[in-house]
Structures are given as C-alpha cells and as structure tokens.
Design a protein around this ligand. Structure first.
Ligand SMILES: *Cc1c(COP(=O)(O)O)cnc(C)c1O
Length: 453
C-alpha cells in the first residue's frame, strides 16, 4: 500500500506570510483615487478597511508575522495535505509526476478561509463589529461567515442574485455561521436600486455586488468591507498555501517543473506560486507557472493591462490590472468564482513581466478533466479547480508525447460538493461552451477610464 499524501505536522504551519512586494523588480503601479485619479492614500482606504490591512496592502516587508489567534483557527484544518495523483498518472500513462495541494479540506471547502480568518482578526482588533462583502456562488461569503463567527462580528453578504436563487447550499452555510445574506442587486442601496430601475430582472454580477457592499459600508456605523481576492494583502494571506507546498516538496526531495492554478481574482494561484516565484527571481529555479481561466472570461489571456475600477458603479480605487472592463458581465458559466472582470494587480504585474503564462479553456473541457480526476483520484473538484486540472492533464500528456519526466504541481482550490447540479448537466448533455465574447468585451473596454501614465 502506498501513501500518496505528504503531510506536515501542526508545528510546521508557516508562522509568517510571504510578501512578494519586497522582491519584485519595481513597485507595482499605485492604486488611484476614483475621483481625482491621483495615487490613493491610506486615508482614502480608511472608510472601508482597517488600518492594519491598509498597511499590509502597501508593505514592502518580506515576511509578516501571522498572529497567534489566526494560526490557532487556521490549525483547525492546516497544514493541508500535498497529494501525489498516482492513479491519474497511471490512467494517463504519463512519465510525469502529478501532485496537488488540497485546499478543499477547509471547513468552507476552499482556500478562501486563509484570508477570511486574517481579515476578521484585524477588523476585530480595530473594534469593528460589522463586515460587509459580496459573493458570487457563495465561496467567499461562506468563508467570511465562517471566520467572523469566531470573532463575534456581524457578517452581511451581498450575493449575486442568480446564484442566490440557483445555489442555495452555500447560502445555507452562511446562515448556519450567522451571516445575513441579500440577493444583489437589492433595494437596500442606491447602486442596487439604480440597476433594478433599468433592469428589474438583472441576474447580478460580482461588480454590482461589490458596489452594494461598499455603499453599505460607508453608510453604516462601525462597519468595514472585506474583499476575498485581488488585493495585495489577500494574496499575501494565501501564501501559507505555497509555503507549505514548498516544505512538503522539499521533504521528499522534489522540485517542481510546472505549477498550475485557476484564476478568478488571482488569490489561490498567487498564494500557491509566490513563494516559488521568489526563487525564480533569484535565479534559483526555472519553474513554469501557468494560470488557467475560462474562455468565457479570459482576463489574463485576453484582457489588456490597464487601470480600471474593481466594481460596476466605479466607486473603488482604480487598479492597474489585466481587465475585461468593469462593465463586462461574463456569460453564466458554472465556475462562478472565475467570473470576475479584473485580475489581482500583483499577478497582473508579474504576468506583464513574463514571469507567468496563462491559458483558457471551455467549460466542457474543464468538466471533462474534472470527471477524469474524480474517476481516478476519487475527489470531486470545484468547477473553478477543474480549469487547473485541465492544464495539469494537458501538460502530463505533453510530457508523455515528449517522453519527459516532468514534475507537475497544481493547487486544488476547492471541492465540488455544492456544484453537483452542474456535473449533472455536464453528464446528461454537455454544457454550453460560450465563445470568447469578443464584441461584449470590446464594448466594455471602451469604457475603461482614460489614465495618463
Ligand atoms: C473563489 C474560488 C476561486 C477563484 O478565486 P481566486 O481569488 O482566483 O483564487 C478558485 N477556486 C475556488 C474553489 C474558489 O472558491
């Protein structure tokens, strides 16, 4: 009997986050104030984030201590296993070795609690009693509800309406963890009312829900806003994933050739690879990093690297990032967590420096890989994660063709237990493959703010 799991004990849980801002060739372009177009100051962010997180957002310190209280909660499920996918290798007949980091073992079922716990902690320290956020299919909302519950903070979630109606189970999880959940667009905010006045049946989008959550924050007492991806501090909190993976690979004398993750806002992929990008920058490694995304929302592969708003109502600071335009509403693919118009500025920056590659897949191709994985390895992945699995399988098949023994490591960002209805549809008659929505993207790119750099 072979044990395919590479485990760490509790003592090996990383005690510090890795901040890649200490090591990139030049500082990333600053966030800009949405009104003035001038670099945003700490005071600009103060209405929506606690100061400690604003400091982390711009920090150039390489290692930042993880507070004891945060470690204590992370240790409920961390360190997470790294697993050799031997049965998948055998099925593919590849000489490549395939490993995956299993972030699906968190109580919320994805990597997202890694930052949710940290953010809830810093808000608690700042005396905040209520946090608002947005969520698509509910992964982020459920992760934040899980975290705020531990700290006795009220959690208010604006959930994209179509998911609120069609994906009830993560809504139920949020309720169990005491959050309040509103379908977005809602009648509770100006942003929501304006959208509904134009289109009463609007299914909602992440960009709209962000506008609502931020408006709620700035018009409420003792309330801050929390974002589950994209921002520098979020990516940093996710580096526990890559730091553990590094230790695990070292413990078996393995060095990766290829590392793969799926990209919505970029947090799980960044957290997974940044500690390894550090080595590449120091000429210590030659790893290929591959970010994967849906053909229907191809931010990294097709979006220009430009300043844009994070939300539809144009209220957030402007971030320099790969973007499809803040007014772009992606087609209704099943990987809800990958339906965001923008990409994390730090990940966009290193993509622009050619440190990483990106590929996009149609959803049938992603589900096909997911089902192959489930039938060989047993685990049923989230539709988002399936994009990473598709790339891992493709690379393993390429290695077979070339007769090369590659080591491929991918991040298993979450399980698919709440997405089984999309598996049903895939198995019954296949899913619709939305073509790259070229015209819609060209339309929304016309609305990019005109920033002189
Ligand atoms: C949210 C989510 C993603 C996408 O978000 P990132 O910030 O890009 O990581 C990917 N996989 C799962 C399982 C998710 O829940």
């Amino acid at each position: 009997m072979s044990d395919n799991r590479i485990l760490l004990n509790k003592k090996e849980l990383p005690k510090q986050w890795y901040n890649i801002q200490a090591d990139i060739s030049k500082p990333i372009p600053p966030a800009l104030h949405p009104g003035t177009g001038k670099p945003a100051t700490a005071e600009d962010f103060a209405p929506i984030f606690p100061m400690s997180l604003i400091e982390q957002e711009v920090s150039k310190q390489r290692w930042i201590d993880i507070p004891e209280e945060v470690l204590d909660i992370l240790s409920i499920w961390r360190p997470t296993p790294l697993i050799r996918a031997r049965r998948l290798e055998e099925f593919l007949g590849t000489p490549a070795k395939i490993y995956f980091k299993d972030e699906s073992v968190s109580p919320a079922g994805s990597h997202k609690p890694n930052t949710a716990v940290a953010q809830a902690y810093y808000n608690k320290q700042a005396g905040i009693t209520r946090i608002t956020t947005e969520t698509g299919a509910g992964q982020w909302g459920s992760a934040l509800a899980f975290a705020t519950n531990f700290f006795g903070i009220e959690c208010v979630v604006y959930m994209v309406k179509i998911s609120y109606e069609q994906k009830p189970y993560r809504r139920s999880m949020m309720h169990v963890w005491k959050a309040t959940v509103y379908p977005s667009p809602s009648q509770r905010t100006n942003a929501g009312r304006m959208i509904l006045a134009k289109d009463p049946d609007c299914p909602g989008s992440l960009g709209m829900a962000i506008s609502e959550a931020i408006e709620d924050t700035v018009t409420s007492k003792n309330t801050k806003y929390s974002l589950g991806s994209v921002l520098n501090h979020v990516l940093m909190h996710q580096t526990v994933v890559g730091l553990e993976t590094k230790k695990q690979l070292q413990s078996i004398g393995e060095t990766p050739d290829i590392m793969i993750g799926c990209c919505g806002g970029g947090s799980n992929f960044a957290g997974f690879i940044f500690p390894f990008v550090f080595d590449k920058m120091n000429e210590k490694g030659k790893i290929r990093f591959i970010g994967t995304e849906p053909e229907a929302c191809p931010t990294l592969t097709k979006g220009p690297y430009r300043y844009d708003f994070g939300d539809t109502a144009m209220t957030t600071p402007l971030l320099k990032m790969h973007t499809l335009g803040h007014s772009f509403v992606p087609p209704g693919i099943h990987a809800g967590g990958l339906r965001y118009h923008g990409m994390a500025p730090l990940l966009s920056f290193i993509k622009n420096e050619n440190m990483i590659e990106a590929v996009s897949f149609h959803q049938n191709a992603a589900f096909e890989a997911a089902v192959t994985f489930a039938r060989t390895e047993g685990r049923i992945p989230a539709p988002e994660t399936s994009h990473a699995i598709r790339a891992a399988i493709n690379e393993a098949l390429k290695a077979k063709e070339d007769g090369q023994e590659k080591t491929i490591v991918f991040n298993y960002s979450g399980h698919g237990f709440f997405d089984l209805s999309s598996y049903d549809k895939y198995l019954a008659h296949g899913l619709t493959d939305f073509e790259y929505p070229k015209e819609k993207i060209e339309e929304s790119l016309k609305e990019l703010p005109d920033i002189k750099e």
